[in-house]
Design a protein around this ligand. Structure first.
Ligand code: COA
Ligand code: AMP
Length: 620
């Protein structure tokens, strides 16, 4: 019989007694009141972790480390090639700034449970604003700056924030994007009117302040006084993060304080093998879950130094930007999306720039957010000589569902695989009837309930949608929306989404929303938007459209129209750029558009036509 490995031992401990396992992990954080109830059910009859524990996430990220003697250690480094600015903050400095801004929010009437929307560029104050909300028990909802006013408005009307915090502008390479006018436009579109907008002025753009509505960040904190962390219950929400679902309306993923803090800390050790004092860099954006979990919360909960980088992997100024940052700050762990490395590889195919940098402190590269294609995996492996860890997770889970459990042991890697389930997750591959498929066969990836701490507890204000989207398909399981298979060694291969969500340059977008927009074009009778393969961005959206009878329009003109419409309604990150005019869409007899087949046909992949299709000729 094989000896159990460190991973199998830990995984079995979880399987044997999940509550005991997560009780042990919970004992490693500093609660105000330690939880006695580890797993329970809420009024929605859904599982919750640590219901009677009391804690404060901002305290754990900041004050706790100061109290432990790490006050002078760097907590946060801000590196902004787009402005030429570099700043750093010790744990003590960051705590003081957070406490002061929390005082400012309190002066604006924000109290425990109130929502605050944060629509900011990648500046340290974005981190300050998030932690300030956590400090007073307010619930933040960060909206990525690449979203257009309409998308922001939908989130405002759903979260009903008391206050919005924004920067006067964002900076995209050399382009200044005024954010404040976008916020004004969003508020004008909303039914709900937040009582105040706090504006952090950046020197690159001075916004016009509306006397009744707006308040300058500096003015606010010049009158405020620091506040202490407010204890919250383990199940009180820390944040809402909207993510794309299959319909046009985004889903407000709700994250609890208690389970989140425990899971973040556990993942830093088990997945990333980092400890207090290590420099950890997630090259992402605070608007995405990677930014929430691994720019802000997990590194600070662990006592690491984290980096907020306002730039791109290329063009700021070149394809060496990531290596420069790694050398300059002694980064131990770098985490980003595969698309970032595809962009670097495109500009520097031989990675010749890399040899000019001292990367001796860099131990491992982590990739997630989209499928890590074998070419990028090999390129990284061969050129950096570093272990490359592909791990799979979602906004909904906040941390890796499957990864190489590096902190327990570095397992053999396989290109295209996210390795094995993390302790806490039981993964099953199910067919459409809910039956488990044999290893090697592809199916729907489902996770047995209960999900571990840190994962979503509901959809904000819409538990029925939570149930319908994730829990109703296979009773007793959470449906991930991804498809894939387990191989003969139980390694997980995630092959892509089986719903209408696409991943453009690591940005998760809904084709359903795009279809709403495309079908509103005067010339279009019917459409489907599918994600097609793109060498740089992984996927890009393509519209297949059926024109109204008698309508006549050139494909190029139509594409320009649709590009503009989607850009102005969703935002520039949508990257819509291709349209195909067709006679009819392939549908099942019940009227369901066969998107998977459309994708396969366009990508030139083999496909099979189900017997239920009403007219197979249409896709020839
Ligand atoms: N605010 C406003 N606009 C933004 C924005 C933001 N925060 N982020 C992106 N945009 C805009 C860009 O300026 C660009 O606009 P343009 O069409 O007018 O030029 C558009 O949205 C598309 O941006 P992006 O997808 O970033 O494309 P790019 O060509 O500028 O860069 C990459 C390509 C691959 C370098 C870039 O997508 C990248 O770094 N990806 C990594 C993604 C990532 O970290 N994902 C997070 C999950 S881990
Ligand atoms: P997001 O919620 O934006 O993090 O996107 C989550 C989705 O990205 C998942 O459901 C997957 O489709 C995809 N994804 C994330 N990480 C990986 C990975 N390592 N391999 C394959 N797909 C991934």
């Amino acid at each position: 019989m094989n000896q159990p490995t460190a991973y199998t031992k830990e995984y079995e401990q979880y399987l044997d007694n999940p509550e005991a396992f997560w009780q042990k992990q919970a004992s490693l954080i500093d609660w105000y009141t330690k939880p006695k109830t580890i797993l329970s059910k809420d009024n929605n009859d859904y599982f919750r972790w640590y219901a009677d524990g009391e804690l404060n996430t901002s305290y754990l990220c900041l004050d706790y480390h100061v109290d432990q003697g790490r006050g002078e250690q760097l907590a946060l480094i801000y590196d902004s090639p787009v402005t030429g600015q570099k700043l750093s903050f010790s744990y003590r400095e960051l705590r003081d700034q957070v406490a002061l801004f929390a005082g400012g929010l309190r002066d604006l009437g924000v109290t425990k449970g109130d929502r605050v929307i944060i629509y900011m560029s990648m500046v340290p104050e974005a981190v300050v604003a998030m932690l300030a909300c956590a400090r007073i028990g307010a619930v933040h909802s960060v909206v990525f700056g690449g979203f257009a006013p309409e998308e922001l408005a939908v989130r405002i009307d759903d979260a009903l924030p008391k206050v919005i915090v924004t920067t006067s502008c964002g900076i995209e390479v050399s382009k200044i994007i005024p954010y404040k006018p976008l916020v004004d436009e969003a508020i004008a579109l909303c039914k709900h009117k937040p009582s105040k907008t706090v504006v952090l002025h950046r020197p690159e753009y001075r916004a016009n302040l509306l006397p009744e509505q707006d308040i300058d960040w500096d003015a606010l904190i010049s009158f405020s006084s620091p506040v202490a962390p407010v204890p919250v219950m383990g199940t009180d929400p820390l944040y809402i993060l909207y993510t794309s679902g299959t319909t046009g309306k985004p889903k407000g993923v709700v994250r609890d304080n208690g389970g989140h803090a425990v899971a973040m800390r556990y993942s830093m050790e088990t997945v990333y093998n980092v400890r207090a004092g290590d420099v950890y860099w997630a090259a992402s954006d605070v608007g995405w879950v990677v930014g929430h979990s691994y720019i802000v919360y997990a590194p600070l909960l662990t006592g690491c130094t984290t980096i907020i980088y306002e730039g791109k992997p290329v063009r700021t100024p070149d394809a060496n930007a990531f290596w420069r940052v790694c050398e300059e700050y002694g980064v131990k762990t770098l985490f980003t999306a595969p698309t970032a490395f595809r962009a670097i590889r495109k500009e520097d195919p031989d990675a010749s720039g890399l040899t000019n940098y001292d990367l001796s402190k860099l131990e491992r590269l982590y990739l997630a957010g989209e499928r890590l294609d074998p070419t990028t995996y090999e390129w990284l492996l061969n050129n950096t000589g570093l272990p490359v860890v592909d791990h799979w997770w979602q906004t909904e889970t906040a941390w890796a569902i499957a990864s190489n459990p590096v902190g327990l042991e570095m397992m053999e890697t396989k290109a295209g695989s996210a390795t094995v389930p993390m302790p806490g997750y039981t993964i099953n591959i199910l067919d459409d009837h809910g039956d488990q498929v044999p290893n090697g066969e592809q199916g729907n990836i489902a996770i047995k309930l209960p999900l571990p701490p840190g994962t979503l507890s509901t959809i904000w204000n819409d538990h029925p949608r939570f149930y319908k989207s994730y829990l109703s398909t296979y009773p007793g399981y959470y449906l991930t929306g991804d498809e894939g298979y387990l191989d003969e060694d139980n390694y997980l291969f995630v092959m892509g989404r089986c719903d209408d969500v696409i991943n453009v340059a690591g940005h998760r977008l809904s084709t359903g929303k795009m279809e709403e927009i495309v079908s509103s074009h005067d010339a279009i009778a019917e459409c489907a938007v599918v994600g097609i393969e793109d060498q740089l961005k992984g996927q890009i959206p393509m519209g297949l459209v059926v024109l109204k009878d008698g309508a006549s329009i050139e494909t190029d003109t139509l594409t320009q129209d649709l590009k503009q419409m989607i850009r102005s309604k969703i935002g520039p990150i949508s990257c819509y750029s291709r349209t195909l005019i067709i006679k009819r869409l392939p549908k099942t007899r019940s009227g369901k558009i066969l998107r998977r087949i459309l994708r396969q046909v366009i990508d030139g992949k083999p496909y099979s036509v189900p017997s239920t299709i009403d007219d197979p000729m249409i896709i020839r």
